[in-house]
Design a protein around this ligand. Structure first.
Ligand code: DER
Length: 219
């Protein structure tokens, strides 16, 4: 499809940001899958990868790319990942693929977050896409009640368990005036592991593919 073509273009454009000889941080999703495939062509130029999901780990290994533990990485120059939404300040909604916790951890460690996406992900205001929140299973109902008090409509992603053994609530109809503030409010609810607002630490570079090619946005 045209959208897949654009995802592939954005993914291939990210290759130039991969630091030679260094460990590369790899996100999760269909756009990142194109990035992993492009990375394979230069796998001898990188040291290894750290991965945000079992799915990405499997794909990296299929290409013969070594995957190492984040705890063994002191210096991570670049993290490449997709987004469900990204605004003009490079703040994002992530977690559509359910890997938000490991994505946010690697993003916290990486010096530079390069977001790759087709331009349908670029929005004026975040929240059209339901905000994923990873929750400790026993806290699900309590967290849902707290989210209702904040004005959101939480929907349990039933039948889905994260790589960390937790559940996900997708929050619909949040009217997000201040993404950084909402990210902090969600983080403060007991039982919440991670929320999908990447606003406080957004992306540093966004490579957005459209019908006329790649648009590069920087913070
Ligand atoms: O789950 C995630 O955060 C993914 O990065 C997602 O947001 C992007 O997935 P896509 O590239 O398949 O649209």
């Amino acid at each position: 499809s045209a959208q897949d073509k654009q995802k592939q273009q954005a993914a291939e454009a990210a290759i130039e940001y991969v630091e030679r000889g260094a460990v590369i941080g790899v996100g999760t999703g269909s756009t990142v899958n194109f990035f992993i495939d492009a990375l394979a062509a230069m796998k001898n130029d990188i040291d290894a990868a750290v991965s945000s999901s079992e799915a990405s780990t499997a794909r990296l290994k299929q290409h013969g790319i070594e995957v190492i533990e984040l705890n063994n990485v002191a210096d991570l120059p670049v993290y490449v990942d997709g987004a469900d939404e990204i605004d003009h300040h490079l703040r994002m909604v992530k977690g559509g693929g359910g890997a938000l916790t490991r994505e946010k951890i690697i993003a916290a460690v990486a010096k530079k977050f390069v977001c790759i996406a087709d331009d349908s992900k670029l929005v004026k205001r975040l929240g059209g896409f339901p905000i994923p929140v990873e929750v400790i299973p026993m806290a699900r109902s309590y967290v849902a009640r707290q989210i209702v008090k904040l004005g959101g409509d939480p929907v349990w992603r039933q039948g889905f368990t994260t790589d960390n053994g937790n559940v996900i609530l997708d929050i619909h109809n949040f009217d997000i005036l201040n993404p950084v503030q909402l990210e902090e409010e969600l983080n403060s609810i007991v039982g919440v592991v991670t929320n999908g607002l990447f606003a406080d630490r957004g992306a540093d570079i966004a490579l957005l593919a459209g019908p006329d090619g790649i648009t590069k946005k920087t913070r």
